[in-house]
Design a binder for this molecule. Structure first.
Ligand SMILES: Cc1ncc(COP(=O)(O)O)c(C=O)c1O
Length: 383
């Protein structure tokens, strides 16, 4: 939405595949002397001008990142200070008193925002199971917005976005898809009928656990304009440095995701037959309840997140986490380094997951090193 600030961007070839677009989109036009990377301005104010006067109006680095994310998802991108700032902006699209259909398996921070709005009487909430497509669509009758995650945090439930978006549209509701776990390389929800895609670029897009940033990519330019105005007026702007780093992270998303995903699939397979693991949730496993939907809805892979339920007590689970030496016991996900945490320690997640469920974000380390660490720590915890 800061096109007016952004020097002519590089023309993209419509035939390029998404992984090529991640490398090329958002670069300055290829003219003699042009830099390879977009400029980044560290300035809170500008010499008086009609388009930009102040840091909240726009930034060259946002423009480049938004051009890239917009090209990937096929919509109008607006970036925010974090995934939750983007969520707050998107939630403002619901008219006062309007109804939001919210998936019961949703990042607890997103749930917290909508619960707070409902408690204030700002919106009405209908909570539905994301794997019950018929129930989601039925709940969208008379609603303003349907919010689903695909792939959902932390149980890795995969919503049937094409069917939900079509049903919600027929009922007059817009569909928002938090595609943080899927990334634009595994799912393009706007092409599947959704109206807004949310990315916590803090995660896989940034990819290095060194920034927070969120993005909303809208089918309708009017929604994007409303979100840009919300960002301006409420101040949840992304930093210039974070925007620059997120775009740099995006350049390597395809290779990082391919590697992390193939390790995730292998680890999920091995963990499934581990004596100290009760259940593995991974939509890529043939026996996983999400597998059929995931095969239809996702494109080219099943993501780099694996959730495992340890076959023991909470104390044994915590002992497993404390014995890991390579995988770090920490929150967050999507970085080059593998992270794991027990999700029921969050009250919001305790309501929907078992006490020993651990969410593993698989990084790009050697898969045999990861396996050796997980296997050794599991056996030691039960030793
Ligand atoms: C699926 C999902 N959506 C949104 C967010 C919020 O993103 P941020 O931490 O950048 O606010 C998270 C954070 O973990 C997440 O996992």
């Amino acid at each position: 939405m800061t096109e007016e600030l952004y020097p002519a961007p590089l023309d993209l070839d419509a035939a390029w595949s998404a992984d090529t677009v991640t490398v090329q989109a958002g670069r300055p036009a290829r003219v003699p002397g042009a830099p390879m990377n977009p400029p980044m301005t560290l300035s809170s104010t500008y010499v008086h001008d009609a388009n930009v006067e102040y840091g909240r109006d726009g930034n060259l680095a946002w423009g480049a990142l938004e051009a890239a994310l917009g090209a990937l998802d096929g919509g109008h991108a607006v970036t925010f200070a974090s995934g939750l700032a983007a969520t707050t902006g998107i939630a403002s699209l619901v008219p006062s008193g309007g109804t939001v259909v919210l998936s019961s398996v949703t990042y607890h921070g997103v749930r917290h925002i909508f619960d707070g709005m409902a408690a204030d009487g700002r919106v009405q909430l209908r909570i539905v199971a994301p794997d019950d497509t018929g129930a989601v669509v039925a709940a969208s009758e008379g609603a303003a917005m349907v919010w689903v995650e695909s792939i959902a945090n932390p149980l890795l439930v995969v919503a049937d976005v094409p069917a939900i978006a079509a049903g919600a549209r027929a009922n007059g509701a817009i569909t928002v898809v938090d595609a943080t776990f899927a990334t634009p390389l595994r799912q393009r929800p706007l092409q599947q009928g959704a109206d807004v895609v949310m990315h916590a670029a803090t995660k896989l897009i940034g990819g290095h656990s060194d920034l927070l940033l969120g993005a909303a990519v809208c089918r309708d330019a009017k929604h994007a304009a409303a979100l840009a105005a919300h960002r301006h007026d409420h101040g949840a702007i992304p930093g210039a440095l974070e925007s620059f780093l997120a775009l740099r992270g995006l350049r390597t998303l395809a290779v990082r995701l391919d590697r992390a995903e193939s390790s995730a699939a292998e680890l999920a397979r091995r963990l499934s037959s581990h004596p100290n693991v009760a259940v593995v949730h991974y939509p890529g496993l043939a026996g996983d309840p999400e597998h059929e939907r995931a095969t239809r809805v996702l494109d080219g892979g099943f993501g780099s997140m694996v959730s495992l339920e340890v076959a023991g007590t909470v104390e044994q689970t915590d002992a497993f986490l404390s014995r890991l030496r390579l995988v770090t016991h920490a929150t967050s996900l999507g970085g080059v380094e593998s992270l794991i945490e027990r999700r029921a320690r969050y009250p919001g997640d305790a309501a929907i997951v078992g006490p020993t469920l651990c969410r593993l974000s698989v990084g790009i380390e050697n898969v045999e090193d990861l396996w050796a660490d997980l296997d050794r720590a599991l056996r030691a915890a039960f030793g």
